[in-house]
Design a protein. Structure first.
Length: 96
């Protein structure tokens, strides 16, 4: 995410030290750290919520496709072989 070499970070630290002074720099670093932590937590929560929404949408689509498949199978008539076999099985049971 944030890339910087040692020298770039050192330059930023020295500039902050000159601009804000040694008295305010620790408090400023603490505040920046808190804000960065909050921003990361918000980003993490956003990503988790987005993943949950995508998973829920995928589940809805899968359920709809299964439901459509079941509706399609209800409208089709069973093959004559299946009805014939069940009648034969019933006859055999009656004979026994």
């Amino acid at each position: 995410m944030f890339e910087g070499s040692f020298w770039e970070l050192s330059l930023i630290f020295v500039l902050a030290l000159v601009v804000f002074g040694p008295e305010r720099l620790p408090g400023l670093a603490r505040s920046v750290g808190l804000w960065v932590g909050r921003a990361r937590a918000m980003l993490r929560n956003f990503n988790e919520q987005l993943e949950r929404e995508l998973a829920a949408e995928e589940m809805r689509r899968a359920a709809a496709s299964v439901r459509d498949g079941l509706k399609g199978s209800e409208t089709t008539q069973p093959s004559p072989d299946v009805t014939q076999r069940s009648a034969e099985t019933t006859v055999k049971r009656d004979d026994a």
